[in-house]
Design a protein around this ligand. Structure first.
Ligand code: DX5
Ligand code: ZN
Length: 215
């Protein structure tokens, strides 16, 4: 069954506890937390204190998506803040193999994210070491953007690479996910769907999560 990771970027920041409890009591599997530094992406979101605060109440693992330069500097901090999956961007890492090993040595699951323009073939020599590959289906930086349909083909290619290499990496898709594209993402091989605005801007977020889960 597909996993659902609601993106807290679209939650009500003035009342996070209510949204955390909604997710705890829903069929969601993870909490997706987007960290943006204003350098790698043209936006700034939140950092360690907010993640630690969410971790105090969250009853599901934290899926932390770093959209920051030099992530190596902060791997310990994200571990202490409670990250379960720690995902870095391919485009932000000069020594990706080292970064991935450091994340795993710290006891976290290691993910690598690809921007829409980055081909999945670039992961060929590291796929065996990864727990997660996050395919961006919008340009990172903001919630509420339009889904880029070419992502579906990337999922097929990535799935094939994972099977060929005997990798156990999960495929996560992030950006513009809703009920119009979720089924095609699942059929292509996605294991985890991130959704922000589709969930939090709906009238009944719990029901919207259940709908995505049951596609
Ligand atoms: C975008 C973030 C996403 C974002 C998704 O840079 O990585 O996780 O919150 O939001 P929606 O689902 O609204 O596109
Ligand atoms: Zn994200």
């Amino acid at each position: 069954m597909i996993q659902i990771s609601p993106s807290m970027l679209s939650a009500n920041f003035a009342d996070l506890k209510t949204d955390i409890e909604m997710i705890n009591n829903s069929e969601a599997d993870l909490f997706h937390l987007d960290v943006m530094d204003g350098v790698f992406v043209p936006n700034i979101s939140f950092g360690f204190p907010v993640i630690s605060a969410i971790n105090k109440y969250a009853k599901k693992p934290l899926d932390v998506h770093l959209m920051i330069v030099e992530p190596d500097k902060y791997i310990d901090n994200f571990k202490s803040a409670g990250a379960h999956y720690l995902t870095v961007h391919y485009e932000a890492c000069r020594h990706l193999h080292r970064t991935v090993q450091t994340i795993k040595n710290q006891g976290m699951k290691a993910g690598v994210s690809l921007n829409p323009h980055t081909p999945v073939s670039l992961l060929e020599n590291i796929i065996g070491d990864l727990d997660l590959v996050l395919l961006m289906s919008v340009n990172p930086g903001f919630g509420g953007q339009k889904f880029i349909p070419e992502t579906v083909l990337k999922i097929y290619k990535l799935k094939e690479m994972i099977l060929q290499n005997g990798s156990s990496a999960l495929i996560e898709v992030d950006g513009g996910v809703d009920n119009t594209n979720a089924l095609s993402l699942k059929q292509a091989g996605a294991d985890i769907l991130v959704a922000g605005s589709y969930i939090f801007k709906s009238d009944d977020p719990t029901k919207t999560i259940a709908g995505l889960k049951s596609i």
